[in-house]
Write a protein that binds this ligand. Structure first.
Ligand code: ME8
Length: 500
């Protein structure tokens, strides 16, 4: 089994912000979870370095585009480890190997008859690097995303014959209802397709900052075609041996809703034109909003993920973003909401549960987990949990999976209150009962820690180490007293200190 997950490659026209961190974290949760299942995983992220947004930003700073790209690519590259994102490679579209693949694939698209020369005229947003359809433009001719004035562009270009894929794309959406999720995004993409596909420019004449068109060196490829091909090109040079046969087609492309059309319409058409296999799923998440507006570099209202991480650590940020904003929908983020989740859920519900349980195992049983059967009362909540979580993550329902886990965190907290082990400990005759409660709590914590690994890897690891559990694979989330035999309980400092 192989599993290949990607994030969008981010523009290097400015520094990384929380929105970028969000997609990278989500992809990391999926990658880590699938590794726990024993699958062969490849997780790709990187930077999109060509095109007008980057050229314009460099121009404004009075430096060469490559210099800006080099500078900001480093910052994006540094973001991944700070988030504890376990990406297997970091692609830059200025990598010469990537550029060669772009030239090769797009030449094949031309040889296959899907490229022709023509004139294009339309309303263009230089920040989106995208022409806007008439129905996207309001009366004052501004970009609906960036609120800047659109420019009227007319140029002699090579075109990609997108219209030739009308029927095949409709058939794709008919036959593979899970190609795009959530359903609302599937419907949005399909209705765009059904409204009638028009050919799109494949090259730009006036720009020089891009991958040169091999059959006409006066042109560079339109940045979106260059960028989309990163998902494919990376596999050919990320390692010494070519990984394409193992990982292509991608299992999941995770994207924000701003780039749906490129991934759900252009991309499958381009792959068809190049005779390459299509990805299995495109999952579209919503926007993180601050003051009701999308955070974006060009709007300037950004929350710095580096600052959040420095104060609370990456686990807290990872947890908050996937817990508070239903993955797939828009959601507001704020410091107040973050602090509330941190205190009430991470510190109180999980942190206290863990420290209490471990303290009781030491106090009442000297750190040796009782080797007794688990309380059947919790079977219903815990027995099928790992499968339930895996099924949700298979559908990229990352908030749903986290919620399924968290319901059990709460269930264990109720269990402690109901059984009151401190009362049982007062009565020697009830020692077997206390054994069972402690064994059940320790097993429950182990299951939760294994399942939480994908979300909060550092805390999960600390908790598993304290529980004496060596196994991190999903099989250790079995609801079974023998899943971690004979382990001794260690010490655990507060998982989520309140003074953070
Ligand atoms: O579009 N909320 O790059 P980009 C949630 N280079 N996610 C957000 C976000 C927000 N407020 N802001 C950004 C590009 N994102 C192209 C992609 S792919 C072949 C080329 C995330 O730097 C989200 O994943 O503008 C969004 O799709 C992406 O960053 C856009 O990053």
């Amino acid at each position: 089994m192989s599993f290949y997950v990607t994030t969008p490659i981010y523009y290097v026209n400015a520094a990384p912000h929380l929105g970028h961190a969000y997609t990278t974290i989500a992809a990391d949760v999926m990658a880590r979870h699938h590794r726990q299942r024993g699958e062969e995983v490849f997780f790709l992220t990187g930077t999109d370095e060509h095109g007008e947004p980057v050229a314009d930003a460099a121009h404004a700073l009075g430096i060469a585009p490559q210099e800006l790209a080099d500078r900001n690519a480093e910052r994006f590259k540094a973001l991944a480890p700070q988030l504890h994102a376990s990406n297997d490679f970091f692609i830059r579209t200025t990598d010469p190997q990537h550029e060669a693949v772009v030239q090769e694939v797009l030449s094949r698209v031309r040889e296959n008859g899907y490229v022709y020369e023509g004139t294009y005229e339309g309303w263009y947003c230089p920040r989106c690097a995208d022409f806007k359809a008439e129905n996207e433009i309001d009366a004052d001719r501004r970009c609906p995303i960036h609120h800047i004035e659109l420019t009227r562009e007319q140029e002699q270009n090579y075109f990609f014959r997108l219209s030739a894929f009308q029927d095949r794309l409709e058939a794709l959406y008919r036959e593979r209802e899970d190609f795009v999720a959530p359903r609302s995004r599937y419907n949005e993409a399909l209705s765009f397709i059904r409204s009638g596909l028009r050919d799109v420019p494949l090259t730009r004449h006036k720009l020089t900052w891009g991958v040169q068109v091999p059959w006409d060196p006066e042109h560079v490829f339109y940045v979106w075609f260059d960028a989309l091909l990163n998902y494919y090109s990376a596999l050919s040079y990320a390692r010494e041996s070519d990984l394409t046969a193992t990982f292509w087609p991608a299992t999941y492309h995770l994207i924000g809703k701003d780039i749906l059309r490129f991934h759900a319409v252009y991309w499958p058409a381009l792959l068809m034109a190049a005779e390459l296999a299509l990805p299995e799923h495109v999952f579209v998440h919503g926007f993180l909003l601050m003051d009701g507006e999308k955070m974006s570099k060009s709007l300037g209202n950004v929350l710095d993920p580096f600052a959040v991480i420095e104060r609370y650590g990456p686990d807290a940020l990872r947890f908050y973003l996937l817990r508070d904003v239903p993955f797939g929908q828009d959601g507001s983020v704020s410091t107040a909401a973050f602090e509330l989740r941190y205190e009430s859920e991470l510190a109180n519900e999980l942190g206290n549960l863990a420290s209490r349980t471990i303290a009781m195992a030491h106090r009442y049983r000297d750190g040796a987990p009782p080797a007794v059967a688990l309380d059947p009362e919790l079977d219903r909540d815990f027995a099928g949990l790992a499968q339930e979580v895996a099924a949700l993550i298979d559908r990229a329902e990352l908030t749903g999976a986290l919620d399924a886990i968290w319901q059990r965190v709460r269930r264990l907290n109720r269990y402690v209150e109901e059984r009151a082990p401190w009362q049982l400990a007062k009565d020697q005759a009830r020692a077997p009962e206390l054994d069972q409660v402690l064994a059940t709590l320790l097993a429950g914590l182990r299951v939760l820690a294994v399942l939480l690994h994908a979300y909060i890897p550092t805390s999960s690891d600390r908790l598993l180490t304290a529980l004496g559990a060596r196994e991190r694979s999903l099989s250790a989330a079995r609801w079974d007293a023998t899943a971690a035999p004979g382990a001794r309980i260690g010490q655990l400092d507060a998982l989520f200190p309140k003074s953070a």
